[in-house]
Design a protein around this ligand. Sequence first.
Ligand SMILES: C[S@@+](CC[C@H](N)C(=O)[O-])C[C@H]1O[C@@H](n2cnc3c(N)ncnc32)[C@H](O)[C@@H]1O
Length: 232
Amino acid sequence: MSAGARSGTLEEGQVRAMFDRIAGPYDLMNSVMTAGLHHRWRERAADLARVGPGSRALDVATGTGDLAIELASRGAEVVGSDFSEGMLDVARRKSPPTPALTWEQGNALALPYPDASFDAATVGFGARNFSDLPQWLREMARVVRPGGRVVVLEITTPQNPPLSTFFSLWFDRIVPLMGRFDDAYTYLPASVKRFPGPEALAGELVAAGCKDVGWILTAGGIIAIHHGRVPS
Ligand SMILES: C[S@@+](CC[C@H](N)C(=O)[O-])C[C@H]1O[C@@H](n2cnc3c(N)ncnc32)[C@H](O)[C@@H]1O
């Protein structure tokens, strides 16, 4: 097991290789680990992106594409972007056959899109993996038009019992057992622990230039959905 996986900090190449490796079972593991609740959390994130027919959204670190597909189901034109071709392959295979959805390779820290080219940008469970949070958020704010929305869906560490007790049992004892099979499950809880809490992440959105920043906590405080507006 690598020291990077234990500390929740892997280099970009290692993160990409890890997701290429686990792309096949990723959706199944997601459903098992969240008891299928992740679909509901994505719906709430998509609500906060406020997109619909006539709008254009970017889902950064789209992975196997569930959040992008949810955004497209609201009538928006959506680009799902990720640097792992393995994850994008799964997204392409399960994508509904619609020209409204496109899948493109790209790095969240240097998005290959012009300024103000989307009405909203979202990230689901990707932010923990980025090596430079301020740079990623500046990129999100740059590619969204003035008045558009930035939405971040991420696991967070609950502060109050009983969820904090359950979370610690699940993340500190059960998930690391799966780390015997793949480093990814050692990296997952470690990366959640080192990720900024809701207030600090909101501060990062403000520092990147977002206005009206807020967040909702759901699933007993395990999931945080941050949202902000790019100023006019
Ligand atoms: C935990 S998965 C989340 C996937 C998906 N958004 C979801 O909600 O299930 C994290 C994704 O972030 C991608 N990723 C990590 N760092 C990235 C970067 N710098 N640029 C683009 N994608 C990145 C990984 O390839 C992986 O697909």
